[in-house]
Design a protein around this ligand. Structure first.
Ligand code: SF4
Ligand code: FES
Length: 233
């Protein structure tokens, strides 16, 4: 039988399986915690830190997507300190990344009343759109570096290892080994990366072409030709 532990979340007694995370325990009690990098299908990596919570007695805020429950833990998911931290994370993200295709994150910006002008002089990430295959485009100006695409391309799903990251700090970006085009990589165009991307950085080619204003017939023609060419390679 799975061992269970009792903890207090936002003043409420919650019982959760030992080994589960604070995020899972909170969700089971109907308490919502905002997340960006977390996805049910991926190994939690605690990169974005939006899910932080305050644990009584702990010096630093804990990322609830990886912090485990324990007996007697007292957690606050929405204290002033937590809200301030989330707000700053959102403001920093907004100052460097194009979030126009991230409805969920824009919703968080509203929820936390983040100041969208807080860092007006921040350098924005503005790499050009990569359109190198008939299936999807990569617009890393919209990438929030959640890592989900890399994870599903690797051990979390596909074991294809077509994409990875390069650079450090501000220069960190998702890409292919040696900056190869997608058809030159091990990519099998399964679409899983596109499916888990929360920000529109990876987008089906047809959707993107329609957004560019191309008539449907031309979109179909362009993508059909591309797919055929790829098969004949
Ligand atoms: S491309 Fe999308 S899924 Fe991949 S790291 Fe960027 S935002 Fe996340
Ligand atoms: S959702 Fe927990 S750190 Fe990103």
């Amino acid at each position: 039988m799975t061992e269970e532990v009792n903890l207090i979340i936002d003043g409420e007694l919650v019982t959760a399986p030992a080994g589960s995370t604070i995020l899972e325990a909170a969700e089971s009690a109907g308490i919502q915690i905002p997340t960006i990098c977390y996805h049910d299908a991926c190994t939690a990596n605690a990169l974005c830190r939006l899910c932080v919570v305050e644990v009584e007695g702990a010096r630093v805020l804990a990322p609830s997507c990886i912090a485990q429950v324990s007996e007697g833990l007292r957690v606050s998911t929405n204290s002033e300190r937590v809200k301030r931290s989330r707000c700053t994370i959102l403001e920093m993200l907004d100052s460097t990344v194009d979030l126009s295709d991230s409805p969920e994150i824009l919703g968080f910006i509203d929820d936390y009343q983040a100041d969208r002008q807080r860092f007006p002089d921040a350098e924005r990430r503005e790499p050009p759109v990569l359109d190198d295959n008939p299936m999807y485009i990569r617009d890393y100006a919209k990438c929030v570096l959640c890592w989900r695409c890399v994870q599903v391309c690797a051990e979390d799903a596909q074991y294809t290892y077509a994409i990875n990251f390069s650079g450090r700090g501000f220069e960190t970006q998702i890409g292919t080994f040696f900056d190869k085009t997608m058809p030159e990589t091990t990519c099998v165009f399964c679409g899983q990366c596109v499916g888990v991307c929360p920000s529109g950085a990876l987008k089906p080619k047809r959707e993107w072409l329609l957004e560019q204003g191309l008539p449907v017939e031309e979109v179909m023609q362009a993508t059909r030709m591309g797919r055929k060419n790829r098969r004949s390679r």
